[in-house]
Design a binder for this molecule. Sequence first.
Ligand SMILES: Cc1ncc(COP(=O)(O)O)c(C=O)c1O
Length: 443
Amino acid sequence: MKERLVRQAIENRMKRLEVDEGIAVESYSGKGVPGEKNQPRVGAESTQWEKIPGVQKLALLLQGAKKLGIKTPFFTCHEGTAGANTLVGGKTLLNFSSYNYLGLSGHPEVNRAAKEAIESYGTSVSASRIVAGERPLHRQLEQALAELHGSEAALAFVSGHATSVTVIGHLFGPKDLVVHDALIHNSILEGIRLSGAKRLSFPHNDHAALDGILSDARRDYERVLVVVEGIYSMDGDFPNLPEFVAIKRKHHALLMVDEAHSIGVMGSRGLGIAEHFGMESSEVDLWNGTLSKALASCGGYVAGSAALIEYLKHSVPGFVYSVGMPPASCAAALKALEIMHQEPRRVTILRQRGRKFLEEARAAGIPTGSSAGMSVIPAITASSIRAARISQEMAEQGISVQPILYPAVSENSARLRFFISSDHTEKDIERTIDVLSRLWKRG
Ligand SMILES: Cc1ncc(COP(=O)(O)O)c(C=O)c1O
């Protein structure tokens, strides 16, 4: 009862703030002439950060959580390497909060490679590669990433998020259309916004709906990009890629696949969604991914035709006007890739653990949505407060799992999100489902 009232109060106040936000934007018409009477009404609050509706919304959410006795689930300090286990507040927790899918972050050989790179090249390459030059590690990493995807070439950037933003922002413009899955990652949305292209979305994984949109709209645009993910990071499911390829061909569109969560996870060797479906890499026009998940590092990349990569290398702002990847990050990703290729059993074990988690969660009556049971498995609480509370109680029982709350997802999609690692044991999974189902039954 108390939870419902507090939630309602927060939602009402949020709605009012949204209206305020509308007014704030409207008053910024830019039509006023300095010194003239018709200047837009501007209050002193426009120079106070704490008056911004977004700042107020956050304060409101944090206050609401405090009233309900829920500690903020964000920015937890992990005091060591976050693998299958993690140290928080001096206590070892079983960890389902990190994307260390293949247990390679913290692997001694990966650590050693990063340290050796620092010894050889220092901690920074100190400028953009186009002006200050590259290191052998940049070339080796890009060669390895191109081979991973079976593409002609690849280009590595300092951030996975920034990779999508700058590449889409650069390649597309106002005469183009970008159509994406409704659950696509924020980095893609930001890239589309930057490009100025028209943006449309189709319902999650619904290739027939995409076909319909393109049948209606294709003729109005010069180039059309379709964007999907390998594995969706919130739901842990994946698209029927051959269907998407057939549709993009039919409508003369380009297809981009974000493999952030599918590299190291899908396919028997972890080569991603193309390996899973037995497809040729060239059936997709642009692959992109991140080095921060299975590949135990930091940074992003795109892979595709040699002509496209050469063009991006000389022109895409987030590469040309940004520093090259640090040597340690290059070396860590390269070594992680090498270990993944040498030890495909890591991929097999990860998927066995994922399947076990999914089956046992379902058997315990926990709603897991459309998860394929590979690397990401949600437990959908349909209430932010309940998700935050169960997450806190799980931590008290020695298990770290992150809640995903409104407004990151709609309130009826609020959830706990479990990331599986190949280093989780069968016992770890059994204990987790046991604790989760006990807390679940308590409501
Ligand atoms: C689908 C997807 N793409 C891109 C990114 C951005 O990658 P990074 O966190 O390495 O910047 C993420 C991050 O979680 C992601 O889930």
